[in-house]
Design a binder for this molecule. Structure first.
Ligand SMILES: [Zn+2]
Length: 295
């Protein structure tokens, strides 16, 4: 079946939205508003050289940063959403999907596959908030479930770079079911003794935060990422209180015990590799020398 045929991931897809880092000469920091050379921003892994805030990365950029070159093999690349509820607001759900596919270059909100992180064979998922804010519908849930199934089957660790801005309301209860489905697979991984490390990125919310993003053996987050179940405005209106400064940011969430470690993007690959090496009793492969990297 074509759905199950493994495909080699080849090139970065042009998924950069206009309000973040444009493809042109200059890029504007989404946080401090500084204008910097695009090249400088890219060389700095989309971390603003002026204020140090982490800009959002798409899935292809994450793969390029974290996975050893030439080792990533994408899986289930063509798995796409159906329209079980015949949902329609201004546009029908299939029309919304087509528009997001065209705009983002993605088929769905997560890219999955298998690849090496500093030499350690890993089952991988990369969520991309450029696709309907990486909301978790049935395809996202299914693909993440298959990341865990592949990890168990091949006895390799799993890493999922998590992002999400809400539930996929167009799929109703099927969207909510993905929380139970993905969580049950994490439990099976634990029973099988297979390590799983989620990386929480800005924003990581709703059903994803309330399921597999919060269930890892070691939970990593990027600095100042928004991590939440209900959004701050909803909470403020419900409890009628002003929320504390930094509420629902990584640092606040870590202080309250939901995150193990906050890692700067520049250190993310080496930190992941070290954690995976410890959990799987393997050695981290040495980084290629400058001449090897060029060659
Ligand atoms: Zn900045």
């Amino acid at each position: 079946m074509a759905w199950f045929k493994k495909q080699q991931f080849t090139a970065l897809r042009a998924t950069t939205p206009r309000d973040r880092v444009p493809d042109g000469l200059c890029a504007k920091c989404a946080h401090c508003g500084s204008i910097v050379l695009s090249r400088d921003m890219e060389e700095n892994l989309l971390v603003c050289p002026k204020c140090g805030r982490h800009q959002r990365m798409n899935a292809a950029q994450r793969i390029e940063q974290l996975v050893d070159p030439g080792t990533f093999v994408e899986t289930h690349a063509t798995l796409a959403s159906k329209d079980p509820l015949k949902f329609k607001d201004v546009r029908s759900y299939p029309e919304q999907i087509r528009r997001y596919q065209k705009r983002s270059g993605l088929v769905e909100a997560v890219i999955t596959g298998r690849g090496k992180i500093s030499g350690i064979d890993t089952s991988l998922g990369f969520m991309d908030s450029n696709f309907i804010m990486a909301s978790m519908g049935s395809v996202v849930g299914e693909k993440v479930t298959r990341v865990f199934e592949s990890a168990i089957e091949n006895r390799i660790p799993a890493v999922v770079v998590c992002a999400a801005g809400g539930a996929r309301m167009q799929e109703g209860i099927l969207s909510l079911m993905q929380m139970a489905k993905t969580s049950s697979l994490v439990a099976k991984m634990r029973e099988a003794g297979i390590p799983y490390v989620p990386v929480l990125t800005d924003p990581c919310g709703a059903g994803v935060a309330a399921s597999f993003a919060s269930l890892g053996d070691v939970i990593i987050a990027e600095p100042e990422a928004l991590i939440y179940f209900a959004g701050p405005r909803v909470i403020e209106q419900t409890i009628r209180q002003v929320l504390p400064k930094g509420f629902q940011r990584s640092e606040f969430v870590q202080e309250h015990g939901f995150i193990d470690v906050i890692v700067q993007r520049a250190d993310l690959k080496s930190t992941l590799a070290n954690i995976l090496a410890i959990l799987t009793h393997q050695e981290v492969a040495p980084a290629p020398s400058a001449s090897e990297a060029v060659g």
